[in-house]
Design a protein around this ligand. Structure first.
Ligand SMILES: Cc1cn([C@H]2C[C@H](O)[C@@H](COP(=O)(O)OP(=O)(O)OP(=O)(O)O)O2)c(=O)[nH]c1=O
Length: 199
């Protein structure tokens, strides 16, 4: 059996699926080690600095006790310089969608990889254009169960796709990992993207 190529410091199924989509075999190539990091923003912390700090903290915590390159990532939805994390409940989710409805916002995802080259990190910002969503639709969307564990309270890869008119930037970054930039960091840390026998 082949040994893992990468440690993923993440509990997010989306991040595993995105890595699988670029050819990683989740069962064999990736060692999943979720880490618990305090995600409270610092006072007046700019959103980009915030997601970069958390991505680096996740990679650093996850890399304990291994020589494997270790990836950490963090996604935040940003509207009017406000950082929206995951909704605490139904009312919070409704407030978030009300803020996002009928306008554009930014999604920032930072990815950090601790490896032989030290800690390498980057942040990708994508603009998402959302149509207006009425109260009834918001309630129905909450009832679908989808918003609960998503930054900003929506999932572009799920039923919220019907709310999204267009995206300027990286679609995969909105889902949780900017694949173009992630691939570049993986290569710089010596993780092969094309392996013989790999599908
Ligand atoms: C905006 C948006 C976010 N999300 C998800 C991506 C992230 O998983 C989540 C943001 O929370 P994060 O704190 O970035 O990640 P996580 O807690 O899910 O996982 P971990 O910290 O262990 O890596 O929101 C979507 O799946 N679709 C979307 O459209």
């Amino acid at each position: 059996m082949s040994s893992p190529l990468l440690r993923l410091a993440s509990a997010s199924p989306r991040r595993r699926e995105l890595l699988a989509s670029i050819g990683f075999d989740v069962a064999h190539d990736i060692e999943v080690v979720p880490v618990d990091i305090d995600e409270t923003p610092l006072e007046n912390e700019p959103p980009e600095a915030y997601v970069l700090r958390l991505a680096r903290a996740k990679a650093a915590a996850g890399s304990q006790g291994t020589q494997l390159p270790t990836l950490g990532s963090d996604t935040a939805v940003v509207v009017d310089s406000r950082i929206l994390g995951k909704p605490a409940g139904r009312e919070h989710a409704r407030e978030m969608l009300t803020l996002l409805s009928g306008r554009s916002h930014e999604v920032m995802t930072a990815v950090a990889i601790q490896g032989p080259q030290g800690m390498l990190a980057t942040c990708v910002t994508t603009r998402v254009f959302m149509r207006s969503i009425d109260e009834q639709e918001m309630a129905a969307y909450w009832a679908s169960g989808e918003p609960a564990d998503k930054a900003g309270g929506y999932a572009i890869q799920g039923r919220a796709a019907i709310f999204i008119e267009r995206v300027e930037g990286s679609h995969s970054s909105v889902v949780g990992l900017p694949l173009f930039e992630t691939a570049e960091l993986l290569v710089r840390q010596g993780v092969p993207l094309w392996r013989q026998g790999a599908s």
